[in-house]
Design a protein around this ligand. Sequence first.
Ligand SMILES: [Zn+2]
Length: 109
Amino acid sequence: MAVYNLNKTDHKDGTYGLHPQSTSFSEEYAERMCKFYLTDEYVKDAHGNVDTFYRLHSPRTAYDNNQALIYDVHCPKCNALMRQVSTNKDYYTLGYYECKKCNNKGGRR
Ligand SMILES: [Zn+2]
């Protein structure tokens, strides 16, 4: 499992961008050191294609679902804006994200 540190940027409209940076952190270390980090998960579909999903973590600050929505999370591979596919698991384990581009969804490759 890869751990990505997230750098926050402010947008003019009061939302924030989160930009992933590759690390060799263990998740334990990221929990202590990062404000936000992403972990990747691989999910095989019925056709044997492997899709990549990312879980957003906020180990030190609690967020509810509405608060977490102000963050735009970018893809660690292609930097495109990712789509949130599921809501928070708890206040520190936030949304589940997918990059449509990298998972080859939404039309043209
Ligand atoms: Zn991508």
